[in-house]
Design a protein. Structure first.
Length: 224
């Protein structure tokens, strides 16, 4: 690949380079979310930024490296949001409802990141999944869920056999489907899951579903 010299910009080269990288990542996130790894084009990303394809290669090295950087940033955003989910409430029912609502809000605020992290969009570059941020297992939110579950069991309001990972999957699956499945639901059922008039309905519905599951009688499962 032809080498490219980093441009010297008035007002601070490092600041301008950081701003350029951020702009490229923002546009690339939208393009990969829209078209997936295989469908996204670096030419299109360059056309939507104030830079060139050659400069994208300078900053990131190529399409795979750019996609890895986009995915790693998306995971950092998700993890940072989950670190702020530390719900402090004496009532475990109110606490778990609040956690579900905060998760709902985060997914709604970051639709491109949610679509990007969908299996269909990373399929073309699954070999990158073990790199960097993507290779770190677990979720900060699981610790919060475990504490809330323990408090609910101790107070006798939650069933004793709920697995924290299962509950995490339940909450995120609903939030994810509402964002990533919006177009499909519109085609199949004529219903817009992103209709702002129905937002409070779905937000409350998620909390109700979680509470109903936690307070229903159930049999033992492999647990956390």
């Amino acid at each position: 690949m032809t080498s490219v010299e980093e441009p010297v910009c008035a007002g601070g080269r490092m600041r301008d380079a950081a701003r350029t990288r951020t702009e490229i990542l923002d546009v690339a996130t939208r393009e990969f979310a829209r078209a997936g790894y295989d469908g996204a084009r670096v030419d299109e990303i360059a056309a939507r930024t104030r830079t060139t394809k050659r400069m994208i290669y300078y900053y990131f090295g190529g399409k795979e490296q750019l996609f890895r950087a986009v995915l790693e940033r998306a995971h950092r955003v998700l993890r940072d949001a989950e670190r702020r989910l530390d719900v402090e409430h004496p009532d475990p029912v109110a606490a778990i409802r609040r956690l579900a609502e905060l998760t709902f809000d985060h997914h709604e605020r970051h639709p491109d990141l949610i679509r990007l992290l969908g299996a269909g969009h990373v399929q073309g570059a699954g070999r990158l999944a073990a790199a960097g941020e993507l290779g770190r297992p677990g979720s900060p939110a699981l610790g919060v869920i475990r504490r809330i579950l323990a408090a609910g069991r101790e107070s006798g309001v939650f069933r004793a056999d709920v697995d924290a990972v299962d509950l995490y999957a339940m909450i995120n699956a609903f939030c994810f489907a509402r964002v990533a499945g919006r177009r499909a639901f519109g085609i199949l059922f004529g219903r817009d899951l992103g209709d702002p008039r129905q937002r409070d309905h779905y937000r409350t519905m998620l909390g109700d579903m979680v509470i109903a599951y936690l307070t229903a009688e159930g049999s033992a499962v492999p647990g956390s």
